[in-house]
Design a protein. Structure first.
Length: 306
């Protein structure tokens, strides 16, 4: 079971190529708020990432940066640039691959922007477990991230048949590689979230079992037996890493799976209930209402309303 892939899929994380930024001289591009997550890869030149009340961060060639919650930010040519509203564009241009030419000088900086939409109501949402900014430097060797950034730059420089399709797939790969690289260096920053399991072999194995068979009538004892460890060891490790007991996590995961099927399919409540381990629609509806403060049918109608 691929835990990270599983979490991204259930969280509805979907990436799309955004703006292609070419900039030179003095330039600035500021966003007050974005829907979803923002991602930038610097393919040449330099830029500065600025956020209110935070120290500016210099971005070098090959660097990538992810802002999971789309927090207000700006890309500028130097920290001295005044943060002003965006220059001649709007946020829709970060989702259609538009070319943004900025500044008053020869182009020296190329930045590729991307957007990631996701379902914030998912309790095991990867993006919600991350800090406001993830900055992965180009010298993060061995992750493959630098190779992917170069592939992105080449595809943009010489578009060919199906380039937009290729670029959107590359954007998805970039996210996974950025998360891998960041998690390898910052494991303590996700302590108490679903992502922290990726750094602990015991809890990771436990989650793999729960994810693979969510409808199975798991107990802490049966899960510990499956992993050939003691009940006390499993409970202790699970609480230390995830911040909850295995049974609590399993309930959250089942409700996230159910919410995803309510959102994306026309499956009956009975079918959904059985797929997540409930033998009756009544028991499932009661658990779902307790978790989401809405009955399943009401949740489906609400989330599908344009």
């Amino acid at each position: 079971m691929d835990l990270l892939g599983d979490l991204l899929a259930v969280g509805g994380v979907r990436g799309a190529l955004g703006a292609r930024i070419e900039a030179g001289g003095n330039w600035r591009l500021a966003w007050h708020k974005m829907r979803g997550a923002a991602f930038y890869a610097v393919t040449s030149g330099t830029a500065w990432l600025c956020r209110r009340d935070e120290e500016p961060v210099q971005l070098m060639p090959g660097d990538v940066v992810l802002l999971p919650s789309g927090t207000p930010h700006a890309l500028v040519s130097s920290p001295e640039q005044v943060l002003v509203p965006h220059q001649g564009c709007d946020t829709s241009q970060l989702t259609d691959g538009s070319l943004l030419r900025l500044g008053d000088g020869e182009v020296r900086t190329h930045v590729v922007g991307a957007c990631y939409e996701y379902d914030p109501s998912v309790t095991t949402q990867v993006m919600n477990a991350l800090p406001p900014v993830l900055h992965i430097r180009a010298d993060n060797a061995g992750t493959g991230l630098d190779d992917t950034v170069r592939l992105l730059a080449r595809e943009l420089a010489s578009p060919q048949a199906a380039s937009s399709y290729v670029l959107n797939r590359v954007v998805d790969i970039l996210l996974v590689q950025a998360l891998r690289a960041w998690l390898a260096g910052k494991p303590n920053e996700v302590r108490g979230t679903c992502l922290s399991a990726l750094t602990d072999p015991v809890v990771s194995a436990a989650l793999a079992q729960l994810h693979q068979e969510p409808a199975r009538p798991w107990t802490t004892d049966s899960l510990a037996a499956e992993l050939t460890i003691s009940r006390s060891t499993l409970t202790r490790r699970f609480r230390a890493v995830i911040g909850s007991a295995p049974a609590d996590y399993l309930t959250r995961w089942r409700m996230d799976l159910a919410a995803t099927r309510l959102r994306d399919t026309d499956d009956t409540l009975d079918s959904i209930a059985r797929s997540v381990g409930y033998t009756s629609v009544y028991a499932f509806s009661r658990a779902f209402r307790r978790a989401r403060a809405q009955a399943p049918g009401q949740f489906r109608a609400t989330i599908r309303t344009p």
